[in-house]
Structure formats: C-alpha cells, structure tokens
Design a protein around this ligand. Structure first.
Ligand SMILES: Cc1cc2nc3c(=O)[nH]c(=O)nc-3n(C[C@H](O)[C@H](O)[C@H](O)COP(=O)(O)O)c2cc1C
Length: 97
C-alpha cells in the first residue's frame, strides 16, 4: 500500500519512466496494520506483440544507505524544499547493475 511519505513526484516519474523502460526505485510501503517497510522496487513494462499488457515488479530488500538517501530526498519534497531537484528515472533507467 502506498505510504504518504513517498512524494507524488516519485510516482509521476515512475509512470513516465515506465514508458521508456525499466527502473528501480526505493519505496516506502505501508502495511494494513499501519507498519511500514522499505523496498527496492524494480519495475518493468510487459509487452506482447508490441502491445503493453501489464507491468512486473521484482522486489528486493533496500540497503540502509539506499533507504537513508531516499528518505532524505522524499523529506525535501514533502517540505517543499526540493527547489530545482527533480526525481528522474527514480535514479536509473535501463542501467545494468
Ligand atoms: C509493477 C508496479 C509495482 C508497484 N509497486 C508499488 C509499491 O510497492 N508501492 C506503491 O506505493 N506504489 C507502487 N506502484 C505504483 C502504484 O500503482 C501507484 O501509482 C502509486 O502507489 C501512487 O498512488 P496514486 O496513483 O494513487 O497516487 C507500483 C506500480 C507498478 C506498475
């Protein structure tokens, strides 16, 4: 479930980037019981005969460093202090890793 700490800009970028290819982003999710967890979400569009038929997500554990970095950036957006900062490709697109 979506956690309100993740700024709308992140998801806007995600859907935009998904048209171009895969991306991986650090996301904070909310559980039904109110808890939360962080994940490294690798999302990819899924095509059949050149037609978009869905999306796949490979969910990995985010490292403490990734969580800290994402948390700081999300905070800036929530506080309206992101200035010219833009979330783009949730950091990466089609990057081998
Ligand atoms: C494959 C895939 C996996 C997704 N995983 C998550 C996720 O784990 N958490 C999340 O909040 N949104 C995830 N999203 C994005 C949601 O569909 C949605 O855009 C987002 O939660 C923002 O909600 P809103 O559109 O109601 O603002 C995923 C989207 C796709 C295509």
């Amino acid at each position: 479930m979506r956690h309100p700490d993740v700024p709308a800009e992140f998801f806007e970028d995600m859907w935009k980037s998904l048209k171009a290819g895969t991306l991986d982003g650090v996301v904070k999710n909310r559980c039904k019981n109110g808890d939360y967890y962080w994940l490294l979400n690798n999302v990819a569009p899924f095509y059949e005969n050149d037609q978009l038929v869905g999306y796949m997500s490979v969910r990995l554990k985010a490292s403490p460093e990734q969580i800290e970095a994402a948390n700081d950036v999300y905070q800036l957006f929530r506080d309206g202090k992101a200035g010219n900062l833009k979330i783009q490709d949730a950091k990466s697109s089609n990057r081998p890793y």
